[in-house]
Design a protein around this ligand. Sequence first.
Ligand code: NAI
Length: 223
Amino acid sequence: MSKNGSISSSVIKRLPRYYRFLGELKKQGVDRISSRELSQRMKLTASQIRQDLNCFGGFGQQGYGYHVDELREEIGKILGVDRQFGTILIGAGNLGNAIATHINFDTRGCKLIGIFDNNEQLIGRQVGNLTVRHTDEIPAFCNEHHPIAAVLCIPKQAIQQIADTLVVMGIKAFWNFSHYDLSIGYDDIIVENVHLGDSLMTLSYRLNVLTSEKEMESDEYEQ
Ligand code: NAI
C-alpha cells in the first residue's frame, strides 16, 4: 500500500470517477473495454488513462483493453472502498442530515457509527438508522468505538475546538464541510475540505466563458 502513498493528488482525485464509470459499465453488462473507448466515454485521453493506471502497476493488456470488473475491483481496493473506517458526524442540522441520509458511507470505505450535536432539541432524534447523541458523549463514544474519521457539518466558529477534541480522541481524518481551513496546524491529520460553492463558481466561470464568446461572436456579426 505504501507505494500508493506517493501518487499525485490529481490522479487520486480521478480514481473515484473511474470507479463510478466502471460500475456503470458493469451494470450495463460490459465485460471489457479498450482504453480508447473508455477514454471517449470519460472524456479523457487514452494516454491519460494509461498513465493514471500505470501509477498503480497498470491493469490493461495490449490488444485486450481492460477487464471492467477486475479493474473496478482493483481501483476499489486502492480507494479502500472495501474497508469500514469508523466514522462519526458532528452537526445534525440541514447538511448533516442530508449527508447522513443520502451518502452511502458503506460502499465508500467508511461506516457511519455516530451522530452528535450540541442542540438539546436534536438529541434522541433519529437520522437514518442512528440516534443523535450529545457532543458531551463524544469522548466516551470514542473510547468505546474508536472511530477514525469525522464529518464536520457545524458552523466554522465551532470547528477548531471540536477538531482539537476529536484529534485527542484519535480521529485521523476529517471530511470538513465548514468553511474553515482545517489543514492549518494538523500536519499528520488528513483533511478533505468540501466547498459546494467552489463547484458552483467553476460552473459560473464556464458559463462566463461561454456567454462571453457568444457575445463576442454576435458583436462581430453586428459590426
Ligand atoms: P444548520 O444550522 O442546519 O446545522 C448546524 C448544526 O450544527 C446544528 O444542528 C447545530 O446545533 C450544530 N452545532 C453548532 N455548533 C455545534 C457544536 N459546537 N457542536 C456540535 N454541534 C454544533 O446548518 P447547515 O445548513 O447544516 O450547515 C452547517 C455548516 O455547513 C454551516 O457552517 C454551513 O456554512 C456549512 N455548509 C457548507 C457547505 C459546503 O459546501 N461546504 C454547504 C452547505 C453548508
